[in-house]
Design a protein around this ligand. Structure first.
Ligand code: BT5
Length: 324
């Protein structure tokens, strides 16, 4: 049912302003003309405006304002990523939904998108502000056949996918702040939260959570975040259709993920370094019980961060906070 609906929307959307006859739709989808008519009624309920003219057929006059699985999937050009997708109007956190789906056996590449999160979270259970209708709040279920200690590399691969989308769709040059932040003009535009379920040396599943600020105005950003956060709209003056951005991220991530699985982290490293924030500059590193100034040197072949202190001592960090 779901895939018939998706095929139907694709056929209509590809025809743009031209009509497609009921007979042709019925032939291509191998369903009766009565069933086509039922699908059209269902699409109208979802907010599609459909024009039906006798002897000509059907065409889409306008797409729904509201996001749905259909509006995201109709121009999604991936092979496996996001082909199974869940959309919710309001959730506590897409991460929690994705964990539940993964425990229940959801397939590799399943995606959960929400319009609003009321308990969106970052690392260490920090709150993630996820205003209704303004951003991309999305979790991706992956089942990679890699050692659990390599899972953080998927955060870096996801960051590359987001910056590539930002460049190709939004024409902005965003930077990646190790390990999980995307910065635009020195403010945080997006964050990534990677969580994993593993047993000894086997990953059961990984959930990549992405939060991206898209259409927030200044008044949408809470006071506590005005100094540190930004949105695409604030930086470019443009409003973006979130579906287009999601379609592009999923395509970019599918490509880089497949390269990563086939060739290892080296396939990601050079792309990551191209987009890295403040490489070669002095930063402050905070670990659980230490804080010191260091030069940001680069990342290792396994994705760990290399820093150098004032006495030229190099250290390799697998987890830390970076301040500027
Ligand atoms: C992150 O954590 O940056 C990861 C954020 C991941 C959010 C996604 S949304 C979909 C999925 N479902 C979830 O529940 N989460 C994921 P961290 O590096 O710990 O940064 C958290 C900090 O970012 C907070 O303490 C705030 O200072 C700041 N922050 C909160 N909301 C923000 C926002 N909308 N934009 C920019 N910064 C924000």
């Amino acid at each position: 049912m779901e895939s018939t609906r998706k095929k139907l929307i694709t056929l209509l959307a590809d025809a743009k302003d031209s009509f497609i006859s009921g007979q042709r739709l019925s032939d291509e989808l191998s369903i009766s003309r009565a069933a086509i008519w039922k699908h059209m009624k269902a699409l109208e309920q979802e907010g599609y405006e459909i024009e039906a003219v006798s002897r000509k057929g059907y065409r889409i006059v306008s797409f729904p304002e509201e996001m749905s699985v259909n509006t995201i999937q109709w121009d999604l050009r991936t092979v496996w990523l996001g082909q199974k997708m869940y959309y919710r109007n309001q959730v506590d956190s897409t991460q929690s939904i994705a964990h539940q789906l993964a425990r229940d056996g959801a397939v590799h590449g399943t995606v959960v998108v929400a319009d609003e999160q009321v308990k969106g979270r970052g690392r260490l259970h920090r709150p993630w502000h996820s205003q209704k209708g303004k951003g991309i709040w999305m979790s991706i279920i992956l089942r990679p056949n890699i050692e659990p200690q390599r899972a953080p590399q998927l955060t870096l691969a996801s960051a590359v996918a987001i910056t590539r989308m930002l460049k190709s769709v939004c024409h902005v040059d965003a930077k990646i702040k190790w390990p999980n932040d995307i910065f635009l003009h020195n403010r945080k535009l997006a964050g990534i939260l990677t969580e994993m379920q593993a047993e000894q040396d086997l990953i059961e599943y990984v959930i990549i959570g992405m939060g991206i600020n898209v259409n927030q105005n200044q008044t949408d950003i809470p006071d506590s975040l005005t100094e540190i956060a930004t949105s695409l709209k604030l930086e470019t003056g443009e409003t973006f259709k979130r579906e287009t951005l999601i379609q592009s991220i999923l395509k970019e991530l599918e490509v880089i993920y497949d390269q990563y699985i086939q060739q290892g982290f080296s396939a990601v490293k050079s792309h990551w370094e191209e987009a890295a924030y403040r490489m070669g500059e002095t930063i402050t590193v905070k670990t659980r019980n230490q804080k010191w100034d260091a030069l940001l040197v680069g990342i290792q072949d396994d994705g760990a961060l290399i820093v150098e202190d004032q006495t030229q001592n190099r250290r390799v960090l697998y987890s830390a906070e970076i301040d500027w």
